[in-house]
Design a protein around this ligand. Structure first.
Ligand SMILES: Cc1ncc(COP(=O)(O)O)c(C=O)c1O
Length: 474
């Protein structure tokens, strides 16, 4: 029979192997093991000693037990890398590709061609740090209380004041604050569907939307989308005539992955088509503020007269993804979305809402946007130049007018195989089939342009070019 101290040591060993405790991390103290496992101090000490015997831990007098560092010549450089790789490989068989893509991001976010994240210089890090502290200082008790749905009145007022920039007239009481745009989309889809229903989406589509639909046991009809204009309205109208469609869901402006932006004419046509058919539209407009030039494009919600559009957005792409502030303007589904927000996670964190409200109201947000929009434009341009430099000459790419993703098609490519080959060299991309319920677009991939283009980016693009050429030659 295994002794109790061995069971505890095995448990901690497994936690070290799976990366819960990384090399150099402090291990649970004797006191903590005692209380977690309900054992005596001597059993806890025995367990820790066994970890010493296994060379998994070191004991620093008066400090405690720490995970031993691997005996390698350059431990500090290798440790984070091998830790990420190991956990990714252990999850290979059971982790969806999207999760692996997100595992590659790192915290703080590291430059990546895979996940659609951006560099810290493109967020409002300093201002938001100050405003969150200020919010907590000025609201010492409220900051620690639930800000029950629909969320902070200050923030909803600030968002309502800014809504005309997207062509919308919205009252604060029409807005529900969410934890990011993703939650807004999730709540919206849930509010208007039942398991087994069918949702029409643009194709290719944002992969997280596909995951939301799958998790809610919904079926999907993929409607072709043009890389410039977005969803094909004739195809959609045909599908609406032939099928019972519970909802339509798409990214209206600078879509992910193609960067398409619907015209005002298409937005107006779509809203009247859906109002006629009484079909709700879940609009994700998370990139609308990132137009490279000219005015911000209008939201589809701007054309909605009858409340069938559930408009979802956030400031994850412009201010801070980690603050997790998003919102939904659910139209005629306001009560359902508000109730679901309460059911799903009670409330969004209070201090970030107050901080964002001050940021928007002070005019700093507009200045910030003026600063970052040309930077995103430059990054996309630099990436297009690298694609043209390093990838096969018949590669086709989008030329988005906003956002920070690029969609490529390389005739003959197996982007899933490329994903694996590139990942083993520490280069992450988003393979085409991720963006389709039917696993289409095998010869496509998405590149993130959210980080300043550096020599390292260029080297990664050159390596991708080599991998692609080699694959196509095989
Ligand atoms: C189209 C789209 N919607 C939503 C999100 C996520 O937004 P949030 O972080 O606000 O949940 C992303 C992030 O990549 C996105 O590309």
């Amino acid at each position: 029979m295994t002794a109790l101290y061995e069971t505890i040591a095995d448990h901690i060993t497994e936690q070290i192997r799976s990366g819960v405790y990384a090399p150099g991390d402090r291990l649970p103290s004797v006191r903590r093991i005692k209380s977690d496992h309900g054992v005596s101090a001597s059993t806890a000490v025995e367990a820790l000693r066994l970890l010493l015997d296994r060379n998994l831990a070191v004991n620093r007098p008066r400090s405690g037990y720490f995970v031993a560092k691997p005996r390698q010549s350059k431990p500090t450089r290798r440790v984070p890398q091998s830790r990420v790789d190991r956990s990714m490989q252990a999850r290979d068989l059971r982790t969806p590709l999207s999760l692996r893509l997100n595992l590659g991001i790192g915290n703080p976010q590291r430059p990546t061609l895979g996940a659609a994240v951006q560099g810290p210089e493109l967020m409002a890090v300093t201002a938001m740090n100050r405003l969150v502290s200020q919010a907590m200082r000025l609201n010492p008790v409220e900051s620690h209380s639930y800000d029950a749905p629909p969320g902070s009145p200050d923030l909803r007022r600030a968002l309502a004041r800014r809504a005309p920039a997207a062509g919308m007239e919205v009252a604060p009481e029409e807005i529900v604050i969410t934890s990011g745009a993703k939650e807004a989309v999730y709540l919206s889809i849930r509010a208007v569907t039942r398991p087994g229903d069918t949702v029409a989406i643009e194709s290719p589509a944002y992969y997280a939307l596909l995951e939301v639909l799958a998790s809610l046991q919904l079926k999907v009809v993929e409607i072709p989308a043009d890389p410039n204009r977005g969803i094909d309205l004739d195809s959609l109208a045909g599908v609406l005539d032939r099928h019972r469609i519970a909802a339509v869901a798409l990214v209206s402006n600078f879509s992910n992955p193609t960067g398409s932006c619907m015209t005002d004419e298409d937005k107006a046509t779509l809203t009247s088509l859906l109002a006629r058919k009484r079909v709700p539209l879940v609009e994700d407009d998370v990139y609308g503020d990132l137009a490279f030039e000219g005015h911000r494009p209008k939201a589809i919600k701007a054309f909605d007269r009858d409340g069938w559009v559930l408009h979802c957005s956030s400031h994850s792409k412009t201010v801070s993804p980690g603050m997790r502030i998003g919102w939904c303007v659910p139209g005629r589904f306001l009560n359902q979305v508000e109730h679901l927000k309460l059911v799903v996670n009670q409330a969004t964190a209070t201090a970030p809402q107050l901080a964002l409200a001050s940021f928007l109201d002070s005019g700093r947000f507009e200045r910030h946007l003026r600063r970052i929009r040309p930077l995103f434009a430059r990054q996309v341009d630099d990436m297009i130049a690298a694609v043209e430099r390093h990838l096969p000459s018949d590669t086709r790419h989008t030329s988005p007018a906003g956002g920070h993703v690029l969609w490529l098609q390389v005739p003959g490519l197996d982007s899933l195989a490329l994903y694996e080959e590139a990942a083993s060299r520490g280069i992450h991309i988003a393979p085409g089939p991720l963006f389709s319920a039917g696993r289409r677009y095998l010869d496509c991939l998405r590149l993130n342009c959210g980080f300043a283009f550096t020599d390292e980016t260029d080297a990664q693009m050159a390596a991708l070019g080599e991998l692609i050429t080699r694959q196509l030659d095989r």
